[in-house]
Ligand binder design. Structure first.
Ligand SMILES: [Cu+2]
Length: 304
């Protein structure tokens, strides 16, 4: 508590502490009273029960006190919430896209990453888009969480106030691999951010190097390894030229992975499903240029 990692941590933690405080007060108070009454009015000490009829003072007390307490909780909750919806004009805009099961962050200059990188002490606005189902972008350390709804644009904003790396999770159950939908936010110095942001070597990379960058950017690496480890999908290591057993329209076939097969696997993964794996890879049709596909294949070819 009270870590100050974002501009919202104090407000959210305070609201939480107030609600927990009130709850604990009543839990302990009521339990104590209950035990006291059990002893005090035990039939040995109080053999004849007495009825009480009406008590205006008490009625008012137990209406007014809870109302005030509930309004106190509402006040802290509401004021914290309205701050979260009021984005400062100078906020840096980043588009966060969620899909089954990865995140991509795209900056105004076109830079794309699978890890969110932000400068310290600067307001950041994330426009939240989903490509398939409802996801929820959750940064526990920042105390922010918002849903990404397909067909709708939602947003969140915050200021990273402490240098460091924090978890990003999906907080809306979105299918089989929901728990794989994780990323990081790196809060770095303004100077380092400028350098990172203006580093466009990624765009000038060629061939296999560009291919590796593309595989990272498009979060392919959250399901595929390059070292032979089987993750959610088969490893890219040794993929090119590999003899693969696939299921195509219910028919099991043996194929050799060539360029055409790899391109088809990326654009329309449901068509040829590798035996022993589930058909859960998102389709990338119309999301990659021919050149990008070639660069990725060039890199995959280097993984012998
Ligand atoms: Cu999700």
């Amino acid at each position: 508590m009270f870590t100050n990692a974002s501009n919202f941590t104090n407000d959210v933690d305070l609201t939480f502490a107030i609600i927990i405080g009130i709850s604990l007060f009543f839990l302990i108070g009521l339990t104590a009273l209950m035990i006291y009454f059990m002893v005090r009015y035990h039939h040995k000490r109080n053999p004849v029960a007495k009825d009480i009829h009406g008590h205006v003072g008490l009625e008012i007390l137990w209406t007014v006190v809870p109302t005030i307490l509930v309004l106190v909780m509402f006040y802290y909750g509401w004021s914290g919430y309205t701050d979260m919806r009021k984005v400062p004009d100078d906020a840096m805009k980043i588009t966060a896209t969620g899909r089954m099961w990865s995140w991509t962050f795209e900056y105004e200059n076109g830079k794309k990453t699978d890890t969110l990188v932000i400068p310290i002490d600067k307001p950041v606005k994330l426009d939240l888009l989903s490509e398939d189902v409802i996801h929820s972008l959750y940064i526990p350390a920042f105390r922010v969480k918002e849903d990404l709804v397909p067909g709708d644009t939602n947003y969140m904003w915050f200021i990273g106030q402490q240098l460091g790396t924090y978890n990003i999770l999906c907080a809306e159950y979105c299918g089989d691999r929901h728990s794989y939908m994780v990323s990081k936010v790196d809060v770095i110095e303004q100077q380092a951010f400028e350098t990172w942001y203006n580093d466009t070597t990624q765009a000038t990379l060629e061939g296999a190097e560009a291919g590796l960058a593309l595989l990272k950017q498009n979060a392919c690496m959250s399901c595929h390894s390059v070292d032979g480890t089987t993750m959610v999908g088969p490893s890219f290591k040794g993929l090119f030229g590999r003899n693969t057993e696939i299921e195509s329209n219910g028919i099991v076939k043996n194929i050799t992975a060539d360029e055409l097969y790899i391109i088809k696997s990326i654009e329309d993964p449901a068509a040829d499903v590798v035996k022993g794996f589930s058909n859960i890879m998102p389709a990338y049709k119309d999301k990659m240029t021919q050149k990008e596909l070639e660069q990725m294949i060039e890199y995959i070819k280097t993984l012998k």
